[in-house]
Design a protein. Structure first.
Length: 411
């Protein structure tokens, strides 16, 4: 949880003014480069899921199943001597055709090494689940249901977030004339069960609807997230804050309404804070997508700055997943396509944005994928470890079977 330096603002309503900054592009990488640490071996491309890690440096993720009946597996990658990694399949989901539920999004772990994630439905009711893989003393994992959403709640469409007391938070989306999604809290109870509390239910008139990407906390306990839609004229999504109240549902404040056609629109990932309280996210309102920054300003207003609009050339196109930020304020992310020598539907890049004096940013392409041994088409955001290494997955490529890779990029 970031240590923010600005006072708590709970009545912010404002789509303010947009600013576009100048970017200098550096194509040459300043890092040691990318290496594939594990080529995936599934018969189907791996799902659009990022990586999680535990305190020992093991990585956790999702791959698609070998058959439609075994419809995705959770794997663990463990580093061993010589820079190699070993894979262990922790759990394989069964009967997704009958149940209509598929694992989705980036996993998260608790302090005991239990793994949590969400399942979404491909059925007309739009329902979903939060599940737990409980770690046993012998190292095996057992599936357990944390919460099943009823058809009127929808399904969680983003990542889960912990608070310091061990409660889980997330956002569910359901396209309905009555409501457009909710933000929920799941609290553990004695005996292993969990209690759901609906913190806020979105309605079309709120100015924000269709929550995506999950939620994040600030240091005062407020939650922040993005919606893909908004109810203003030519709505292009919104960024919101939810503040806890003494009694009843949390209070919604729309920090910024994006306008379709303005370039900066349709945020679609989990947000990221920097140490000064600025929010960052990716968007797909332009042809090739972009990155935005929201900064708190006087009077409770927020200012939107377009950090970068991707061109579809060497810098790639269609950013996916959340951004990660290091201690120096550098932003890292991926595009799912484009890059040097690739077209709009292949390859992708790993990029870095470094803040410069005067509010500008410098972009460096850390790695352009080549649709070969090193993989192609990242489908989710990056993981940044304490040593500054970046980890991610690709959907295609890899030297073994061409079904994607897990890769590392080292400074």
């Amino acid at each position: 949880m970031p240590n923010l330096s600005f006072a708590r603002l709970t009545s912010r309503v404002g789509w303010v003014w947009a600013v576009t900054v100048v970017i200098s592009l550096s194509v040459a990488t300043a890092w040691a480069g990318e290496k594939v640490i594990f080529p995936l071996t599934s018969q189907y491309p791996n799902s659009f899921s990022g990586l999680a890690s535990d305190a020992a440096g093991n990585l956790y993720g999702l791959v698609a199943g070998a058959t439609q009946e075994s419809c995705n597996s959770i794997f663990e990658l463990s580093p061993v001597s010589g820079g190699t990694w070993t894979q262990t399949i922790l759990y394989t989901f069964q009967n997704c055709i009958q149940e209509g539920l598929y694992p989705f999004g980036t996993l998260t772990l608790d302090s005991q090494g239990n793994v949590y994630g969400v399942q979404v439905s491909d059925l007309s009711d739009g329902s979903g689940r939060v599940y737990e893989l409980k770690k046993g003393t012998n190292g095996t994992f057992t599936y357990g249901l944390v919460h099943s959403f009823n058809p009127n709640e929808g399904a969680p469409r983003g990542d889960l977030t912990w608070d310091s007391a061990g409660n889980l938070y997330g956002a569910a989306y359901y396209d309905s004339t009555a409501f457009d999604g909710e933000v929920f809290e799941l609290s553990p109870l004695p005996g292993g069960s969990w209690k759901e509390t609906i913190l806020y239910t979105f309605n079309y008139g709120d100015g924000a609807n269709g929550p995506v990407g999950g939620v994040i906390f600030d240091s005062q306990g407020n939650l922040y997230g993005a919606t893909f839609f908004s109810s203003n004229a030519n709505g292009g999504g919104a960024v919101y804050e939810l503040s806890p109240q003494t009694n009843g549902p949390w209070k919604l404040a729309v920090l910024y309404n994006f306008v379709d056609g303005s370039g900066a629109a349709f945020p679609d990932s989990r947000l990221t804070f920097d140490s000064s309280g600025n929010l960052y996210g990716t968007m797909n309102g332009t042809l090739d997508g972009g990155i935005f920054e929201l900064s708190p300003s006087s009077g409770g207003m927020w200012t939107e700055t377009t950090v970068h609009n991707f061109t579809g050339g060497d810098d790639g196109n269609t950013p996916v997943g959340n951004l990660v930020i290091d201690a120096s304020g550098n932003l890292y992310g991926v595009t799912s396509a484009g890059g040097s020598g690739c077209n709009r539907n292949l390859c992708g890049v790993v990029y870095k944005f470094s803040p410069q004096s005067g509010g500008t940013w410098k972009e460096t392409i850390l790695h352009p994928f080549e649709s070969a041994d090193d993989g192609s088409k990242p489908g989710a955001g990056l993981l940044l470890d304490s040593a500054g290494n970046l980890y991610g997955t690709t959907i295609h490529g890899g030297s073994r079977y061409g079904y994607g890779t897990v890769y590392e990029i080292t400074p």
